[in-house]
Design a protein around this ligand. Sequence first.
Ligand SMILES: C[S@@+](CC[C@H](N)C(=O)[O-])C[C@H]1O[C@@H](n2cnc3c(N)ncnc32)[C@H](O)[C@@H]1O
Length: 208
Amino acid sequence: MRADFGEWDKFPTEEVYLDFVFKVCAEYRRILKPNASMVLFFGYRHAGWIAHELQRRELFTFRMPLIWVKDNPQPSYKKTSFRSAYEMGLWLINDGAKHAQPRTFNFLTQARMSNVMSYLIGRDGHKRTQHPTEKPELLTRRLVEIFTDEGDIVLDNFAGGGTTGVAAFKAGRNAISIEREAKYVAMIEKRQKAVEARLRDQRNDKRA
Ligand SMILES: C[S@@+](CC[C@H](N)C(=O)[O-])C[C@H]1O[C@@H](n2cnc3c(N)ncnc32)[C@H](O)[C@@H]1O
């Protein structure tokens, strides 16, 4: 049984999907700052191949896989295979050279710099939004803090429930969130307004 997350996840053939991925990556190459980092999550069947191709086509430097271990993976209803308990992100740098260095790399603590990061699906195990593939906010926040500085702009053009944008705001960055489904856009706007109001209150409390 394959989970059905939404229309965005469906492509008529693998060729069409891969063609879409490389078209989007060509746009990232154009709009990201030189040597900016990006993290793209793919299914395990495609991740290695895409990393290799991006490097071979001299579009992006592939630095490392970043693994999110899900502490609370979905149960296996049919019990015919393993429970899927991780997702793989590719850390890529906007430079086609083989050993390019990232524009920004803030080393946090040793404990927080493992490329294997364990988080529950949703905060405290409960989903925060109705989006079916929401990433943990703490995971996106960690990546934002490592790869950007305060005041930088973070882009998530497959924004879903808007988790990356929320994490970026809380970390003092700016964010651009793009999402094609109206119901998720409404969700993003609502979350974003709530975070902005909370941050404003905190600033006012400090001033008082
Ligand atoms: C995997 S989800 C992102 C989940 C998000 N990281 C979160 O934590 O909520 C991908 C999202 O990208 C959106 N999407 C797919 N194709 C798109 C496109 N061409 N333009 C804008 N959004 C798109 C889908 O509607 C879906 O909500």
